[in-house]
Design a protein around this ligand. Structure first.
Ligand code: GUN
Length: 293
C-alpha cells in the first residue's frame, strides 16, 4: 500500500504558486487577492477561514476577511456580496458556509459574480464544469483530481464508486471522474443514503471516493484488493491513544482498509491540505482571468 501524501503535494503546489506570484510582483503586477465573508462565530468556520488566510500569506497572496454577526440580515449580506463583486481590488471571494438559518444560502451563492466565485459553487460554474467549459472547480473535488494526477493513478476505464452526493464534493467529483479528460474517463457509480447493496457496489470499485460524513463507515469488506481509496471525511473522535483524548479520523476504517488497498489518502494529511491549495489555485486563475478572459 502507498500513502497519498496530501501534505507533501500541497507543499509542492504552494511552492509553485509562490514562485508564480513572485514573478507577477517582479513584473509590477499586483498579487492575487482573495476575500472571505464570515458570518457568525461558528468555531469550525473560523478555523477554516483563518487557515485560508494563513495559506494566502505563505504564497504572497493578499487576503481580507469580512466578518459579520450571526444576526446580519439576508439583504445586508447580499449587499456585502454586491460590494465584493464590484471591488476591482478583489480577484475572488468566498462566503463561508454554513450560513445562519434565516439566510437563504443558495440565494447568496447565486448573487456571487461567477467570475469571482473561486469556490465554484455558483450554478454557472457548475454548469460550465458539466459541459467541459473552463470553470472554477470546487476546491475539494479539484484537490482530489490533483492528487490522482500527481500520483499518476490511472482512472481511464476504471470503475469509480463515489459515496455521497453533496453539491460540494460527491456530485462534482463524480462528474469530473466521468468527464472525457485525464484524470477522468472512469465509469462512475454515485452512491448515497438510499443506495441498496452499497457494500456489493463498493466492492466492485477500482477507485472509491468516500464522502459520506460518517467516521469509519467504509470497512475492509467493502474494498476490493488493490483498490485506490480516497477519504474525504474528517471527524474528531474520542481516543485513549492521544494526550488530548481525541483523534482525527476519516470516513474510511484506515487501519484495516490500508492493509488491502494499493493507494490510500490518510486523515489527517490527505485530501484536507489539498482543499485550501485548490482555493489558492482558483484565486490565481481569477487574478490571471484564465477562466472567463
Ligand atoms: N464550508 C465548508 N467547506 C467550505 C468551502 O469549501 N467553501 C465555503 N465557502 N464554505 C465551506
Amino acid at each position: 500500500m502507498k500513502l497519498i501524501d496530501g501534505r507533501k503535494t500541497a507543499e509542492l503546489i504552494k511552492e509553485e504558486i509562490k514562485k508564480e506570484i513572485a514573478g507577477m510582483i517582479d513584473k509590477n503586477d499586483k498579487s492575487p487577492h482573495l476575500a472571505a465573508v464570515l458570518v457568525g462565530d461558528d468555531p469550525a468556520s473560523q478555523t477554516y477561514v483563518s487557515g485560508k488566510e494563513k495559506a494566502c500569506k505563505k504564497v504572497g497572496m493578499m487576503s481580507s476577511v469580512y466578518k459579520h454577526p450571526a444576526n446580519i440580515s439576508e439583504k445586508e449580506l447580499l449587499e456585502v456580496v454586491d460590494f465584493l463583486n464590484g471591488d476591482p481590488e478583489i480577484d475572488g471571494f468566498i462566503v463561508q458556509l454554513p450560513l445562519p438559518d434565516h439566510i437563504n444560502e443558495q440565494k447568496v451563492i447565486e448573487a456571487i459574480d461567477p467570475r469571482k466565485d473561486v469556490d465554484g459553487f455558483h450554478p454557472v460554474n457548475l454548469g460550465r464544469m458539466i459541459t467541459g467549459m473552463p470553470a472554477y472547480i470546487p476546491a475539494t473535488p479539484l484537490g482530489i483530481m490533483t492528487l490522482l494526477e500527481r500520483y499518476e493513478i490511472e482512472t481511464e476505464g476504471k470503475n469509480c464508486v463515489v459515496i455521497g452526493r453533496s453539491n460540494i464534493v460527491g456530485t462534482p467529483v463524480g462528474i469530473l471522474m466521468s468527464r472525457k479528460s485525464d484524470p477522468g474517463n472512469a465509469t462512475v457509480t454515485l452512491c448515497h443514503s438510499k443506495t441498496e447493496n452499497l457494500k456489493d457496489i463498493a466492492a466492485q470499485a477500482d477507485i472509491i471516493i468516500a464522502a459520506i460524513g460518517k467516521a469509519g463507515s467504509v470497512t475492509a469488506d467493502m474494498v476490493k484488493k488493490d483498490a485506490v481509496v480516497i477519504d474525504v471525511g474528517i471527524h474528531r473522535i474520542k481516543s485513549n491513544q492521544t494526550k488530548t483524548g481525541y483523534k482525527l479520523v476519516g470516513d474510511v476504517d484506515f487501519d484495516r482498509v490500508s492493509k488491502k488497498c494499493s493507494y490510500i489518502t490518510p486523515v489527517p494529511g490527505g485530501v484536507g491540505p489539498m482543499t485550501i491549495i485548490s482555493l489558492l489555485t482558483n484565486t490565481l486563475k481569477a487574478s490571471k482571468k484564465e477562466i472567463y478572459g
